[in-house]
Write a protein that binds this ligand. Structure first.
Ligand code: BJW
Ligand code: ZN
Length: 272
């Protein structure tokens, strides 16, 4: 019989202690929209997942873009401006500090770490950049950060796939003003991954999931695949799972640890 998940931080921290066999603990964090909620970025499902009268999920699809590219661009333009104005919160900062082997070794000596995020807002990257200014670190001592659903600031050609990063503010007032591909001049779209499309960095992610013996599941409803499958995969190979979520989420009763509450409070406590 499986016991219900532990809620004990001290017991969780024992998972971060060096292993008896001398091998490093291999830790991954699988993150979702709840990680950025405290930064003022609305989540997709439940309260906050609405834009004007539209459900966010119905606009984040290839079909919606084909039907009404102007509407979809206006939705993404709004979300870009929200993300641009937002600041990383204490949960992003805790993950960033945990991403540098120099700062991680205080709480998790002899460990490896990687962040797999479904978020497209680049707040994890910005938190890492700030942390690196405060703790200059060699490149090899920085944990990988894999943005599997792309980046909201990228634009991608809907025809040839060409991607431009760090593009300025786009004009989205009418269909003629929408961004176009610099290579083939076809209509461009946001550089994010929609349903039915292949998430990014899947080979590297699969390697990390396969090697992991601890999976932190942070602020995700765990309803979107393949991200939703990583925790159970880690558990099947003998690893542990710790869920950090404001509310109940899919599969959380199978977790080894369940920290219900805002992750901007629980993560710094667990990883600090
Ligand atoms: C807090 C908090 C606080 C609030 N603190 N917590 C297997 C089974 C069934 C279906 C499939 C399957 N495999 C694939 C599919 C199809 C499909 C899928 O998953 N469908 C499901 C709906 C059933 N998946 C795909 O199509 C994916 N591609 C794919 O599978 O390719 C083929 C493939 C083949 C083989 C191997 C691998 C792949 C692509 C999925 C793309 C998802 N795209 C979106 C939009 C991105 C662009 C954009 O930003 O607009 O990604 S949809 C949306 O959902 C977005 C998110 O990244 C994603 C996940 O949402 P998330 O982050 O979990 O947010 P919420 O809102 O759901 O949850 C927030 C949580 O935070 C809640 O739990 C709150 O309680 C919590 N919270 N405040 C802590 N302060
Ligand atoms: Zn093109």
């Amino acid at each position: 019989v499986k016991m219900s998940p532990s809620t004990d931080f001290a017991e969780f921290k024992r998972l971060l202690e060096p292993r008896a066999d001398g091998k490093p603990n291999k830790i991954i964090a699988v993150c979702g929209a709840g990680l950025s909620a405290a930064s003022g970025i609305p989540t997709f499902r439940g309260a906050g997942g609405m834009w004007h009268k539209y459900d966010a999920m119905s606009l984040a699809t290839p079909e919606a873009f084909e039907r009404d590219p102007l509407l979809v661009w206006q939705f993404y333009h709004y979300r870009r401006e929200t993300a641009r104005a937002a600041q990383p919160n204490p949960a992003h900062k805790a993950l960033a500090l945990f991403s540098l082997s120099t700062t991680r070794k205080a709480s998790a000596p002899n460990s490896e770490f990687a962040i797999i995020t479904q978020n497209v807002d680049e707040l994890s990257k910005r938190a890492l950049a700030t942390t690196l200014e405060q703790h200059p670190t060699k490149a090899k001592d920085i944990a990988p950060l894999l943005e599997m659903h792309g980046r909201i600031f990228d634009i991608q050609c809907s025809k040839c796939g060409h991607v431009e990063t760090k593009v300025g503010r786009s004009q989205v007032s009418n269909i003629q003003s929408l961004p176009r591909c610099l290579k083939c001049s076809a209509l461009a779209r946001p550089g994010v991954v929609w349903f039915g499309e292949m998430p990014q960095h899947l080979d590297e992610i699969d390697q990390l999931v396969q090697g992991a013996n601890l999976c932190l599941v942070v602020g995700t409803s765990s309803t979107v695949y393949p991200a939703a499958s990583y925790a159970s995969k880690v558990q099947r190979q003998g690893g542990k799972v710790a869920v950090f979520n404001l509310d109940r989420s899919s599969g959380d009763m199978s977790a080894d640890f369940l920290f219900l509450g805002p992750c901007e409070e629980t993560l710094p406590k667990a990883l600090g």
